[in-house]
Structure formats: C-alpha cells, structure tokens
Design a binder for this molecule. Structure first.
Ligand code: DGY
Length: 326
C-alpha cells in the first residue's frame, strides 16, 4: 500500500497570527504550545526532539540542553530582534540556522522610547496615578506637577544601531541635541545625517540629560549601567531602557532613584520579566514602567509574524533567510 509521508514537524512555543500558522501548515505539521508560558524546559526538550523547526520568543531560553534534545532541528526562527535567549555557539556547532526580526520593529520601538521619554519628563503617568488615587488637590500652582522641557536637552544614545538612529531622528523636532556612543562609530556623513555626535562612554554618561539604552544584551553589556554609571550621571538626568533589562543593574537603579541620584527612569524591559507589585521599582513615583511593549503595535507584530515565517520556511528549504544570525 502507498504510504503517505508525514510532514516534518515545526514547534511553536506560543500561538502566532492565523495567517502565519496557515502559511507554516502548508508544508509542515505544526505543534503549538498552549500551556504555561514560557514553556517548561523539560516539556520543550521533549517536544523539540522530533522537530525540524522551532519558532520561539525572547522569554524562551534555548540553551545547550535544549539543543542537545533537538536531534532533528535545522532552523530556529525567533519572533524578536533580540537573540540573547539563544545559545549561538551551540547553534553554530550543530549548523542550526537562526532567523530573527530586525527592521520591522524599529519604528515601533523608537516611538515607544520617545513616548517613555515624554512621559517620565512630563510626569504623565505619575499624574494619572495621582488622579486615580483621588489625590489631585491643587490646581495649576507655580510648582505643581512640574516636569522638564525636552527642548535644549541632550539625549545620549547608547548603541547607535537601527533603533538608536530612529530615536535620534525622532527627537530632533523636539529641539534636543543628540550625542551617542557605539562599538562602531557612524561615518562622518551618517553622523551628519542623523544629527548625532560620537562621544566616549564616560562623556555620554556625564553629559546626557536623558540616557537611552539601545545596545543588545550580551556578556559584555550585562549590568553595563550600574552604580558607577549613576554616580557619573547628572542628578537632573533620566534613564530610558527599551533594550534588555539585564543591561541595567536594577538594584543600583532603585538605589539611584530612591536617593534622587538621578531624576527618573522609564523602563520597558526588566531583569526578570514579568515583574509584579513585589518589585520595589513599582513603589517609586519617579519611574514609568511598561510591560515590554516596544514592538507591540498591530502592524509591527503582524510584520514580525510574516518575517518569522519567511525566515523559518526559507531556512528549512535551505535558502538564505531574510535575516539570519548564524
Ligand atoms: C525583541 O524583538 O527583541 C523585543 O524585545 C520584543 O518585543
């Protein structure tokens, strides 16, 4: 009897858009995890054993143990621009291709960075909290609910990649000066185009009125922003982080906020996500907290899904992915 060959399996650690699922199902048997998030490691190890492809998210830890269990794996496609959750060395050793989703989320993340900057500097959600708590007492006094102007302030961008450059472009109409520090400085013409000046890390920290973090997370950037950094920052300055939580030492940030060593902070990312009310940052007023929503717009998330699928399918067909890491 003629035996129908089963489609190879692709594992999704969480549901994607319907159009993306349909696209993958054309050629692959899809298994979608619908339980606890992130998928427990032992379950992931079990489910990945017979999969040729994996679609994962930034909170999934794809470490060496997972690679060891993935005997048939050829491609990982992560629904994120960050890929610090994947052991790249282990992937390289096994010749497993890694796809990721830069570019499509640049604008959304840069928009959120500016939104957080405006929020913390003009104390928008602080005021919202005040009203909701029934504590709005005085109206329009000279010193009531006073924030600071963006105009004339210096924005320091740490990491001048796609998102850093998009943030630089956005703050120009606000009248901000932009300085930056990056592993690789831009060319002189690109600096001109982006209206940004390269400075050393110590100058960036000392001269910024707003320091915005846009470097990827790695061993080198772990706790790059710490008590030494805060000690050098202006006491009137703000920290914005829409990159990765572990780049900032959260305990040192909390201390800096409590002691007013810096004026405020706005975070979209945290050392250990999700955070809850037990996290002492939630007790502070001079901080704006967002639940990792840098890329969270309808349009961007759909584009990310499209790119994730394209990377996966191309990778599995042995073709060049649109964006690949290794
Ligand atoms: C990414 O893509 O890495 C973001 O942090 C997820 O929104």
């Amino acid at each position: 009897m003629h035996k129908v060959k089963a489609k190879p399996k692709v594992l999704l650690t969480r549901k994607l858009h319907d159009f993306a699922i349909k696209e993958i199902q054309k050629k692959y048997r899809l298994e979608i995890h619908s339980g606890k998030i992130p998928m427990p490691k032992n379950l992931l190890q079990r489910k990945i054993a017979d999969a040729v492809g994996l679609v994962c998210f930034p909170y999934d830890r794809i470490d060496r143990d997972v690679f060891d269990a993935a005997r048939n794996l050829r491609v990982i496609s992560t629904y994120s621009v960050g890929y610090d959750h994947i052991d790249l060395q282990a992937a390289k050793e096994r010749k497993i291709a890694i796809g990721y989703t830069p570019d499509v989320l640049t604008d959304a993340t840069a928009d959120l960075t500016v939104a957080l900057m405006l929020d913390v500097m003009r104390r928008v959600t602080e005021g919202d909290r005040l009203i909701r708590a029934g504590r709005w007492r005085t109206i329009f006094g000279a010193h009531d609910y006073v924030g600071v102007d963006l105009c004339g302030k210096t924005l320091g961008i740490l990491g001048m990649g796609r998102i850093g450059r998009a943030v630089a472009k956005r703050v120009k109409p606000f009248g901000m000066n932009v300085i930056y520090h990056s592993r690789t400085p831009l060319s002189k013409s690109a600096e001109k185009r982006n209206g940004a000046k390269y400075v050393s890390m110590s100058r960036l920290v000392a001269e910024s009125d707003v320091l915005s973090v846009h470097v990827p997370y790695s061993h080198q950037t772990h706790h790059l922003i710490n008590k030494v950094t805060f000690a050098k920052m202006k006491s009137s300055s703000f920290l914005i982080n829409t990159a990765r939580g572990k780049i900032v030492n959260e305990y040192d940030l909390l201390t800096a906020l409590k002691s007013k060593r810096i004026a405020g902070a706005a975070l979209d990312v945290f050392e250990c996500e999700p955070i809850g009310v037990k996290n002492n940052l939630t007790k502070m007023q001079n901080i704006v907290l967002a639940p990792h929503i840098g890329s969270s717009t309808e349009e961007t998330r759909a584009k990310m899904a499209q790119l994730t699928v394209l990377n996966l399918v191309r990778g599995l067909e042995g073709k060049k992915m649109v964006y690949s890491v290794v």
